[in-house]
Write a protein that binds this ligand. Sequence first.
Ligand SMILES: [Zn+2]
Length: 280
Amino acid sequence: MRGSSFDARSMQLVDIGANLTHDSFDRDRDAVLERARAAGVVQMVVTGASREHSPKALELARAHPGVLFATAGVHPHHAVEYTAECDAQMRELHRHPEVVAVGECGLDYFRDFSPRPAQRKAFERQLEIAADLAAAGNPKPLFLHQRDAHADFVAILRAFEGRIGPAVVHCFTGTREELFDCLDHDWHIGITGWLCDERRGAHLRELVKHIPAQRLMVETDAPYLLPRTLRPMPKDRRNEPAFLPHIVEELARDRGEDPATTAAASTATARAFFRLPEAG
Ligand SMILES: [Zn+2]
């Protein structure tokens, strides 16, 4: 580990995006959670991003009350699976209080794993769920994914303005203009270890200074996006929530802040956004 005065164990961090239902965690999920706790990551929002994994995310959250929470949604990569039955399944999942956000949903024109019209349709149907929850007095924030689709993404969200609650653009990787556009719409920003990628994320180093503390949250997106500046690197290259303090340290340096300040602010923002209880 690099020399640092940052003692993450005295911090309480919230990882707002951890794909803990991923099968790479099947053999040692409890150990992963134990390491997270030892590293000061006291609460995690488990990303539900498909018909298969959203119920699993809820199951995990129910097994770890107060520590794990879930989202329920269908990622744009899986948009073709968004049928009427899928919509009903998502609505059922949102009846559970452990499911704290609608998503992961959005648009991804970089990979185009699902055709774009299907992506837009699945996104709109999930925004409809968020609007219905809000109208029923049970508002849940949105956990959003956007890659290379900013204009369509903004246009679709604007059509729901006033009907949906707060939103976070998770794993923000976009341009300066896109960041300012998101902030102008009052959306929150999730920062991952993408920041530590000197090939793809160098532009973020300057941009993150402009995100107000009350709009900034942190996430690993584990098992993906292992921070490239992490030392030592795990042999299997798997990312996990225990590496979140490293991301916070890098982010704090880029923002010209003390890591403790970044940590405390992002935790307060995450708890308010997802309406999480204090960690037990
Ligand atoms: Zn994503």
